[in-house]
Write a protein that binds this ligand. Structure first.
Ligand code: PMV
Length: 307
């Protein structure tokens, strides 16, 4: 039984979303995590994740192992014992680059297990199961990654609130450039928390401005006013810099993309590394991709954002 889940990018609002402000995220459908569940003769569960060079038994996994956790949680939800099957995971989503690889692996496994036991899950349930595992990646996840990945559609997300319907009036292109720098979400989120604790007034004001940008961006996307998004991305990037999550590698790619004709560019996800996203029109797409590669991007993929 095979199931998969897409990657994702955050268009607006990362970090501020942890503090209750809105954010916008969209799926990236051509990078995916796949999970395959097969019956097995042993009274245990074998986990095979060749992409990260790991093969181990559920019973020997560490208590905080995210793959073991999603297997156990999903089985508990289904009311079945975790035994007599094998979990095989393949993912084309780079790890620790802000593309949601952890949440995608969790959703793919939970979805495959639901199908394997002939009890397919609704996206809400998949999202809730993956959220429990997100807590292992970092202590205070907003829930945006598991939501956008489980629903596989653009989301306007506010922590703790049900998903709001959100339409993309006119599809648009986002070039995603990989800085090549791995940046665990936990570290960036923890650093922002310490900075916020040290100067709450300043950080609350910065988060307010980031939240305003996400609100405005939603209106533009719903009205098909895509060109206006570029300037909002640039403003969001400045604020990301102000909260301390940009980096020289990010700024090199942001600059290169803008100079090559992108309408706007910013980091996406936790920052400090990971991916830079740039809004491009069709005729600038190639030039922006080339410019980002020339400025040090490991790879660039361009995705069409649509409802
Ligand atoms: O998983 P990443 O790197 O895309 O980061 C998630 C976005 C944050 O806002 C930084 C954290 C969160 O839980 O929303």
């Amino acid at each position: 039984m095979r199931a998969s889940a897409p990657g994702k990018i955050i268009l607006f609002g990362e970090h501020a979303v942890v503090y209750g402000r809105p954010a916008i995220a969209v799926p990236v459908l051509h990078v995916r995590a796949d999970a395959v569940i097969r019956s097995a003769g042993e009274r245990t569960v074998r986990i095979n994740a060749p992409g990260i060079g790991r093969r181990y038994g559920l019973s020997s996994a560490r208590p905080d192992d995210p793959i073991a956790t999603i297997v156990r949680l999903t089985c508990a939800r289904l009311g079945v014992a975790p035994e007599y099957f094998e979990v095989h995971i393949e993912s084309s989503i780079p790890v620790a680059r802000g593309l949601g690889s952890g949440a995608a692996v969790s959703v793919a496994i939970a979805r495959a297990l639901g199908n394997f036991f002939a009890r397919p899950f609704e996206p809400e349930t998949l999202s809730a199961l993956a959220y429990e595992c997100e807590k292992l990646y970092h202590g205070t996840p907003s829930g945006i990654d598991n939501t956008v990945i489980a629903f596989a559609r653009p989301v306007y997300f506010v922590r703790g609130r049900p998903l709001e319907p959100f339409e993309v009036a006119r599809p648009f292109l986002i070039a995603i450039g990989d800085t090549g720098v791995s940046s665990p979400t936990k570290i960036a989120v923890g650093d922002v928390r310490r900075a916020w604790e040290a100067d709450r007034e300043r950080f609350e004001a910065l988060f307010d401005r980031i939240g305003e940008i996400a609100r405005e961006a939603r209106q533009h996307i719903e009205q098909g006013n895509n060109a206006a998004l570029g300037e909002l991305m640039n403003q969001n990037q400045e604020l990301a810099h102000a909260i301390g999550v940009s980096s020289p590698e990010i700024e090199r790619l942001v600059e290169a993309a803008r100079r090559a004709g992108a309408l706007g560019a910013k980091l996406s996800g936790a920052g400090r590394g990971g991916n830079v996203i740039a809004l491009v029109e069709t005729d600038a797409q190639e030039a922006v991709e080339r410019a980002m590669l020339h400025a040090g991007a490991r790879r660039v993929i361009t995705t069409l954002v649509k409802s």
